[in-house]
Design a protein around this ligand. Sequence first.
Ligand code: SD4
Length: 340
Amino acid sequence: MELSRRGFVAQGAAIVSGAICNKPEAFSKPNIRKTVSRPLIISTWPFGEVANKKAMEVINSGGSSLDAVEKGINVTENDKENTSVGIGGLPNSEGVVQLDACIMHGPGHKAGSVMGIERIRNPISVARKIMEHTRHVQLVGKGAQEFALSQGFTKENILTEKSKRKWLKWKKNNQKKRPEGSIDNHDTIALLMLDEGGNLTGGCSTSGLAFKLPGRVGDSPIIGSGLYVDNEVGAAGATGVGENVLRHCCSFMIVEFMRQGLSPQDACIKAIKRAAKIDPLGMDLNIFFIAVDKKGRYGAAGTGKGFQYSVTTPKQSGILDSAALSDIDAGPVGGNEFNN
Ligand code: SD4
């Protein structure tokens, strides 16, 4: 999904699937979130719904919550049509696809992260291997690739013809400019899960900003920025312009606000407001978040309209509009909730 800088506006709020519908009357009650049946899975963007469903399927067939988060995110990574995650992701300014991902598991406060890995289509799985089979949290670039190969991953060409064409076009039109990454391509998947036992797990995977400088790493694989899980409190994940999420440690901040008692949605809103207040970019930060707490409440918010997220429980699955800072400044907070 490609959206313009000013903010994800054009993607209609009308896209609704499954059993969840947008309910304007819920907008006047931003602090009231119902708890839902578990497992509860939420993820960024409408395309996250198939990942959620895969995660639910994995749980239903006896898999662990880590299996569910990993296999769910693998669905997005394996989708060649998605140009910002996994295979088919848009490359850097040199035409090389460099992928970032991280995973966190509440019990044991475990984390694994991989940055700038090339020719491996499933970085979330590599991140999990780092978490489970090394003493480290992060591996980067060549070392990460070598580790992945040692764990049985295979190298392949992950630059699809479609992405290559987009890169060539970008290159032709931007010959004189210093490459800094296009913010028109940001559809990272962050997926959070509250399992039946009440434990939280999350993952995040991306090819990062399109046409970024080689070696650029965004927020997505950085624990506390693109993702944070605290098993006592809740979890948060991000999408949008990574540099702006990174500078404010947003996912960590959101979890801390939930610790102070805010609902997930209010915690997202407060984090955005705090970042926007001190940042010269203000409302142009272009950052979007999802969050879930230990009680099963969930929510999302972003600097602009148009950000949607997917929610799946054993009873329902669908796509919801997030609260938008532009609405918040104008009046009551937007939001949606399940009815079960
Ligand atoms: C990044 N945050 O690398 C990622 C991009 C993104 O949805 O979110 N895309 O900056």
